[in-house]
Design a protein around this ligand. Structure first.
Ligand SMILES: *[C@@H]1O[C@H](CO)[C@@H](O)[C@H](O)[C@H]1NC(C)=O
Ligand SMILES: *[C@@H]1O[C@H](CO)[C@@H](O)[C@H](O)[C@H]1NC(C)=O
Ligand SMILES: *[C@@H]1O[C@H](CO)[C@@H](O)[C@H](O)[C@H]1NC(C)=O
Ligand SMILES: *[C@@H]1O[C@H](CO)[C@@H](O)[C@H](O)[C@H]1NC(C)=O
Ligand SMILES: [Zn+2]
Length: 289
């Protein structure tokens, strides 16, 4: 059996409030790089000091490492918004109720968007803000990053095949890695290529434009609250449609996985497409998507 580097790292040392695993963040970043305009690509390649095709994917997980450093501890709450709703009967996100005094992913998207737009930002401020945005626009599309219950599902013990883990972790990592059958940058690029095709000519073609509805670069809070609300709705419909008890200590690698996978694919596609449009708006003030 192939053992994920992420999983090993996790069980050995780290606290468990995480984001999409590396595979998810990198897939989303590659989708975005497939859709940004060439002007946007040039701009962000310069900001990030990397002219390879992996200029976004290569920095997509930096924020998950940074938050465990002493310099980066402050950024830990920026990876989620703890919706205090009541799944599965009621899902909703409220900025004033849920963002919290130490910040949240919605406030962070606002903050780093405004740093990108501020002409007095230094090169290193821009570099950091770009890395944060590539990551946080991924995080906000993981339904359990928009949920307070049981620490976003971190405290709900489940099994995935023979692995004992938790509900949050299977959404971040086990389910995406099962589908891709790996977790390398090349696996992410391959998955992104497929989802890019689905957006351009396939299953998502007719809905992609609707994913950008309500997006307003002058109002990052309203824009990202729309994304959070959209993601949080899947907590009620797909993540725990019958509540927690049927999931506890249950192997979710069968039917549960089969039902979850289309939502994971859709959320990756939306995240990548929205990230592309957001980066276009930052770099050029417009997007052709
Ligand atoms: C650009 O990013 C890729 C992917 O992370 C990395 O392999 C490469 O070394 C980077 N290039 C530079 C000049 O940093
Ligand atoms: C905005 O970003 C800066 C730089 O990372 C950080 O010091 C500050 O705490 C952030 N503020 C908010 C409200 O997120
Ligand atoms: C990509 O699409 C091909 C052809 O449909 C399929 O065989 C492959 O499994 C897909 N790979 C990923 C990672 O989605
Ligand atoms: C975008 O947000 C700004 C700032 O809140 C607002 O003034 C403007 O009307 C919004 N534009 C649209 C199209 O909603
Ligand atoms: Zn994260």
């Amino acid at each position: 059996m192939k053992v994920s580097a992420t999983a090993l790292f996790l069980t050995s040392a780290l606290p468990t409030v995480l984001a999409w695993g590396n595979l998810g963040h990198e897939t989303i970043a590659y989708i975005a790089s497939n859709f940004v305009s060439s002007e946007t690509e040039t701009y962000f390649q310069k900001v990030l000091g990397n002219t390879s095709t992996s200029y976004l994917a290569g920095v997509a997980t930096w924020a998950d490492t940074y938050k465990y450093t002493s310099a980066g501890l402050y950024s830990k709450p920026y990876h989620f918004i703890d919706a205090q709703d009541d799944p599965p009967s009621s899902c909703n996100v409220d900025y004033d109720r849920d963002c919290g005094s130490s910040g949240c992913v919605v406030a962070a998207i606002q903050n780093y968007t405004s740093i990108m737009q501020d002409s007095s930002s230094s090169d290193s401020d821009l570099d950091m803000a770009a890395k944060f945005l590539v990551h946080f626009i991924g995080d906000i599309h993981q339904p359990l990053h928009d949920e307070n219950l049981d620490y976003g599902g971190n405290d709900i013990d489940v099994k995935f095949g023979s692995t004992s883990t938790n509900l949050h972790h299977i959404w971040d990592t086990n389910m995406p890695e099962k589908y891709a059958d790996g977790y390398t940058l090349a696996d992410a690029e391959n998955w992104a290529q497929n989802l890019t095709t689905e957006i351009k000519t396939g299953a998502y073609k007719s809905q992609a434009a609707s994913w950008l509805k309500g997006m307003n670069i002058s109002d990052p809070v309203a824009s990202s609250m729309g994304w959070a609300t959209d993601s949080n709705a899947y907590v009620c419909s797909t993540v725990m449609p019958d509540g927690i008890s049927p999931l506890e200590n249950t192997d979710l690698s069968g039917d549960y996985y089969t039902t979850a996978l289309p939502v994971i694919q859709l959320q990756f596609a939306k995240a990548g497409y929205r990230l592309a449009a957001w980066l276009d708006l930052i770099a050029t003030g417009k997007t052709d998507l």
